[in-house]
Design a protein around this ligand. Sequence first.
Ligand code: MG
Length: 470
Amino acid sequence: MTKSPMLIALCILLLSSCQVQENDRFPNIVVIFTDDLGYGDIGVFGHPTIATPHLDRMASEGLKFTQFYSGASVCTPSRAALLTGRLPIRSGMASSQTRVLFPFSTSGLPASEITIAEMVKERGYATGIFGKWHLGHLPQFLPTAHGFDEYFGVPYSNDMRPTPESRWVAAQNYPPLPLLENDSLIEESPDQRLLTKRYTEKAIDFMTRHSEKPFFLYVPHTFPHIPLYASSDFEGKSARGLYGDVVEELDWSVGEILQAIRDLKLEEETLVIFTSDNGPWLVMNEEGGSAGLLREGKGSTWEGGMREPTIAWWPGTIAAGKVTQSLATMMDILPTAAELCEWQIPEDRTFDGVSLLPIFNDTQAEVREVVFYYLGAELFAVRKGPWKLHFKTLTPYVGQQAESHDPPLLYHLLHDPSELQNIAEDHPDMVQNLRTVAQEHLNSFVPPPSELEKIDTALYNGSKSYPAFY
Ligand code: MG
């Protein structure tokens, strides 16, 4: 008996839809986030003496972004941008006065914000963060209040500990650095030499325990933020000195996490993104990193402050050894994750990201054309295609005021990645074009009041001691 072609086609269709359902598991998402690592601080981004074989391998098996941007040039707003997919100015996590959260801060990431963790949790993911949070240390702002099932780490920067030698009263009186598990204090002044190792162990344990269902793992390392610490396995080993030791231990951690994913046979179901929160802390001299050929570093809207060494890895989906010059930002990670777990992005707020899947799948060469560079609550610069226009610039951490530029400074970042040749006079039309892009952006929303400016002044001026939570 001959079967009709229609029937055969129907059978094939049914079989293939069963196949899709059998393999239907949302991919795991892993974000490894370093603190103050510069664009030029790892081998695959050109560092001559810091050895990063695991990151180099990750890039050779995955995709290297050469023009990937942070949402800010310092810790707190950068983390807000990553987790909310929105410019920090939209969530109240930007301030030109109080650039980050401090132990005397009384606020944090608002509950109304939707984090990647909250988003994927709705889609059945297990969620864990092992590392530095820095989006509010009071209980209502901790990771466990923002969609993470599990948390182990420090609530803010590792230099926010008692510093009697400081001329700043607030810093003299900081409480001992807290180490938290979920929302409980488990140690004061943990041995910082062991933090990278402990975060790594916790991250691998988390993936192992949740290997049967999709997970979102966020590993925001404490380092190479200053003060620098490496474990005895790494201390004194790098040709670059202590900074190199610290980065080489972070590289080891990346290798451990990727190997654990391979051991769990999850490599074809796991997207891993490695990036940094902001540029290198250059005024720290040898203890700070390097932005390579990019100008300036942390705290600045020159390229070195906000362009990050970024690698995406997903064997079987991302072709090995690719390099992209597409513009991308850390705010693009949320929409990428949303597409992966089929989450409907709500329309009640503006998101500033676009999905990176077309880059991963190689179906599009570019996903975005414009990047905004905020310093605190102010728009300092805008990029469109290869062109970048600076309205203001600042040499950070040396006490200078920001300098206004009228006419603004114009650079062609593909020809001049170090931003050395201001060519505004030669391209008045481009100056006008970028001015319009900036103005339309600024006219399109009214920022909420800043959460970062909410502080306890008695803690700040040392007239009150820190409460027992610490
Ligand atoms: Mg940082």
